[in-house]
Design a protein around this ligand. Structure first.
Ligand code: NAP
Length: 309
């Protein structure tokens, strides 16, 4: 049981998540992050992973000892401040893998087979004048996954039945039946479709640069389901505009929800508005895992999914 007025909900949650929160606890609400926070002896914060938690807010409420973020990425938390002040943090890994991987597979198929363009072809009656252009077959392609973690491994399992070869890169080689490359550039050179499934960190910032895109080559596709910061967007725009790669499917952007407008005019991209985990089932599961973490904190039990900061 979470004591009343001990949790501060920061920012708005979609209706379905808010209903789940309200079913399980009664948080105080601090909806406008730019306004002064409410006064109270709050011990924990509940926030969505797409909202930046200002260090200043925590400074103003020194009673806070825990932050539960609803999402697996915790790049919007002030990690140094949390560590320095011994404030615990939790995220919601695992429960969103299905939704994110389903989107990733859908983006890949839609990108390679040009599904949005094909639908427009039928709707605009262009089909009556000429057949649609030929596209490319996925079977036989070489897939690279940058970041073979929970999502990366689930994605790889889903891709196996498509008759593709799978390889990956990341800090650690794992006991997996896939080829390992320590270096992303070598992976890009050895694959046709490069998925990004790593976290946003200082090390992954603009990891995909012009050299990596050049290594991917004019027949290669990039699919980013990780974070916008992992890609040098100017380099990507240049590669797309000059057909240095075949195409890109992007669910995440440097500047959300107002991505660089240059992406909007390209015909070799598939763009989605950061919807990796955006299914009702997944959002309910994420909310419940975030609240489970809060409950464990108040019971002084180990957190089910603590962020090891
Ligand atoms: P995870 O289990 O922690 O896996 C992350 C993987 O990235 C780990 O395998 C790690 O490698 C690898 N990695 C770390 N640093 C790297 C680097 N410098 N280069 C390459 N790989 C690196 O996390 P997850 O649950 O799979 O989630 C991954 C990310 O997906 C999240 O952080 C989030 O940003 C993103 N995501 C996006 C959406 C969306 O809506 N589009 C939804 C959910 C998650 P090691 O195992 O070798 O350490």
């Amino acid at each position: 049981m979470i004591p009343v007025n001990s949790v501060l909900q920061v920012g708005h949650f979609p209706e379905i998540m808010q209903a789940e929160i309200d079913r399980r606890l009664s948080p105080a609400r601090h909806l406008d992050i730019h306004a002064a926070p409410p006064v109270g002896n709050f011990q924990a914060v509940l926030i969505r992973s797409n909202l930046k938690l200002p260090e200043d807010l925590l400074r103003q409420i020194p009673s806070i000892r825990m932050v539960a973020t609803c999402g697996v990425g915790y790049d919007n938390l002030p990690l140094d401040y949390l560590k320095e002040h011994g404030i615990k943090a939790s995220n919601t890994p695992g429960v969103l893998n299905d939704a994110v991987c389903e989107l990733a597979v859908g983006m890949m198929l839609a990108l390679l087979r040009k599904l949005p363009e094909a639908q427009e072809y039928v709707k605009s009656a262009a089909w009556s004048k000429a057949p649609f252009k030929l596209t490319t077959t996925l079977a036989g392609k070489r897939i690279g996954i940058v970041g073979m973690g929970r999502i990366g491994q689930d994605l790889a399992k889903r891709l196996e039945p498509f008759k593709v070869e799978i390889a990956y890169s990341g800090p650690h080689k794992k006991t997996l039946p896939y080829t390992y490359y320590q270096n992303i550039q070598d992976l890009a050179k050895a694959c046709d479709v490069l998925f990004l499934a790593c976290p946003a960190t200082a090390e992954t910032n603009q990891l995909v640069n012009s050299e990596v895109l050049e290594a991917l080559g004019p027949a290669g596709y990039l699919i980013n389901i990780a974070r916008g910061s992992v890609v040098d967007e100017n380099a990507l725009l240049d590669a797309l505009q000059h057909k240095k790669i075949a195409g890109a499917a992007l669910d995440v952007f440097e500047n959300e929800p107002n991505p660089n407008a240059a992406f909007l005019n390209l015909d070799n991209v598939l763009l989605t508005p950061h919807i990796g985990s955006a299914t009702s089932e997944t959002r309910i599961a994420m909310t419940n895992l975030a609240v489970d973490n809060l409950e464990a904190f108040f019971k002084q039990q180990p957190l089910p999914s603590e962020v090891n900061n």
